[in-house]
Design a binder for this molecule. Structure first.
Ligand code: HSE
Length: 293
């Protein structure tokens, strides 16, 4: 039996749609895998009632298939589904790391990323790796068709999760089909600035590179109160604010000294829109860890 903790993640970071991601130091999913003749899945924890236990419909089932590793799998969800915090990706990441160990497959962490990304396709319709990569590798990750790169950093963030459900599938439907050259130039500049900030562990540069003129504006309407929450976070000291993954979590990059005030401002502003929310004061953290085997 192998038990793995895989962390929540925030994908896109504005300028890096389907490419950038960061591992958050909490919350996390805990997945326990045990060899079995046939795959079965038991799910407990936050939002578990909304997640299918049928291996054909669960992200983890695709990972089992890809590794030819049938198992009894227990998933304890710490990450709410449809939160924009990489909930399905964390389960897939933990299963990939756990099954690789259980069956002694000998794959590297980098090699496990595309395998876990297959699980993402089951829930969102696209095998993007921007959540599974940081959940497996930790830090800030750049996932492209040519592979994945990771950078260790510990940038402080505030992730505010409103009590609204946004499915990745729905949020991908509103993504514009094209962009202007001006928008692309702006996005490349922002993405480069953000990457430099991650390399230097500099929240000012990370925040300055989080703006996205293409996808985030199209998705903002799916999140009640988004513009007001964003403004409130900036007023409380945030350096950059955007939608986390497909939403509805709103994520802010900041200095650690401002985390408390930003979290309070975001919670209060969602409340003025009659939306309950919870805020996580986090840092970019480590990837999946094997707890026990
Ligand atoms: N890059 C993905 C998206 C992350 O924004 O649709 C969510 O799974």
């Amino acid at each position: 039996m192998v038990t793995v903790r895989a962390p929540a993640t925030s994908a896109n970071l504005g300028s890096g749609f389907d490419v950038f991601g960061v591992a958050l130091d909490r919350p996390a999913d805990i997945v326990r895998v045990e060899k079995a003749a046939e795959t079965t899945i038991d799910i407990t924890g936050v939002g578990s009632q909304f997640i299918p236990e049928d291996p054909k419909k669960n992200t983890v089932g695709a990972v089992v298939e890809a590794l030819s590793a049938p198992a009894h799998i227990e998933i304890d969800k710490g990450i709410r589904p449809a939160s924009g915090l990489g909930s399905s990706a964390a389960s897939a990441a933990a299963a990939a790391v756990g099954l690789n160990e259980l069956y002694d497959r000998g794959l590297t962490r980098e090699e496990l990323v595309p395998i876990a990304a297959e699980g993402e396709a089951v829930v969102s319709g696209a095998a993007h790796a921007d959540n599974v990569a940081p959940s497996i590798l930790g830090g800030f990750t750049i996932a492209t068709a040519n592979g994945v790169r990771s950078i260790d950093t510990s940038i402080p963030l505030v992730a505010c999760l409103p009590d609204i459900a946004v499915s990745t599938r729905d949020a991908r439907r509103v993504v514009p089909e094209s962009a202007s050259i001006e928008e692309l130039v702006e996005t490349v500049g922002n993405a480069a600035t953000l990457t430099a900030g991650m390399c230097r562990d500099d929240p000012e540069l990370v925040g300055a590179g989080m703006d996205d003129p293409i996808i985030t504006p199209a998705r903002a309407s799916l999140i009640t109160g988004y513009e007001d929450v964003r403004s409130a976070a900036f007023n409380a000291g945030a350096i950059g604010v955007t939608v986390s993954g497909a939403g509805p979590t709103v994520i802010a990059a900041c200095h650690a000294r401002d985390q408390r005030a930003i979290a309070a401002a975001m919670l209060e502003t969602f409340a003025t829109h009659d939306v309950d929310s919870r805020a996580y004061r986090v840092r970019v953290g480590e990837g999946a860890t094997i707890l026990d085997q």
